[in-house]
Design a protein around this ligand. Structure first.
Ligand code: GAR
Length: 228
């Protein structure tokens, strides 16, 4: 790694937390210059909370059911996040739709991972929808968050072939493996200051990403096992 100073990151989750774990592992391995200051869940019972505790990371619940309006939930979430003054906020399986005020507040420093090759299949049930569509390729995307749900500029995508005997579960499993590769890498690029956005397009080290952000980690020399 470049020896960049570690910068504050807050991770928002709602469920299992396998992406959170991949990020924690990459930080521990010295591959991502992050200081994960807190994990915040929208769900009190999220298994990801235990992962945070096990790793000694402060965790909090902001339960959306405690708020009558989304704007109030967003405000409470912002307060909790800002107490940690993060440089970057990472949505890792965070399953609440965030309002414009929230997104504007973190503009340019809010990332999400989505289990499809955006702009294909925004929203839910992406694997079943990909199978039904008959597409030959599927995958995952890391993108900057903008008010359009699953619509912000793409930083990196991992592409996998859809196999003849795939079911939503088998496809999800193979996509998830790729998510665990590309999310730490995108976070690393961000924290090293290598990403910028120009005309809605992401640049890495000032260069346009191939094919509007399409990028296959497997085919990139030097990145076989983790972030580069
Ligand atoms: C991941 O597949 C992530 O891409 C997806 O939820 C899963 C969370 O898994 N996110 C979305 O669908 C957001 N639109 P995890 O909790 O094990 O990281």
């Amino acid at each position: 790694m470049s020896g960049a100073p570690r910068e504050g990151v807050v991770v928002l989750i709602s469920g299992r937390g396998s992406n959170l774990q991949a990020i924690i592992d990459a930080v521990r391995a010295g591959q991502v210059p992050a200081d994960i200051r807190a994990v915040i869940s929208s769900e009190p019972g999220a298994p990801a909370l235990a992962r945070a505790r096990t790793s000694g990371i402060p965790s909090h619940v902001v339960n959306f059911r405690d708020f009558s309006a989304r704007e109030e939930f967003d405000q409470a979430l912002m307060q909790q996040i800002d107490a940690y003054q993060p440089r970057l906020v990472v949505l890792a399986g965070f399953m609440r739709i965030l309002g414009k005020n929230f997104i504007d507040h973190y503009a340019g420093r809010l990332l999400n991972i989505h289990p499809s090759l955006l702009p294909e299949f925004p929203g839910l049930n992406t694997h079943a929808r990909a199978l039904r569509s008959g597409t030959k390729y599927h995958g995952a995307s890391v993108h900057f968050v903008t008010p359009e749900v699953d619509g912000g500029p793409v930083i990196i995508q991992a592409v996998i072939p859809v196999l003849a005997d795939d079911r939503p579960e088998t496809l999800a499993e193979r996509v998830l493996k790729q998510e665990h590769r590309i999310y730490p890498l995108a976070i690393r690029w961000f924290l090293e200051g290598r990403l910028s956005v120009e005309d809605g397009r992401v640049l890495l080290d000032g260069q346009p990403r191939p094919e509007q952000g399409l990028f296959q980690p497997e085919s990139t020399p030097g990145t076989p096992a983790g972030p580069s």
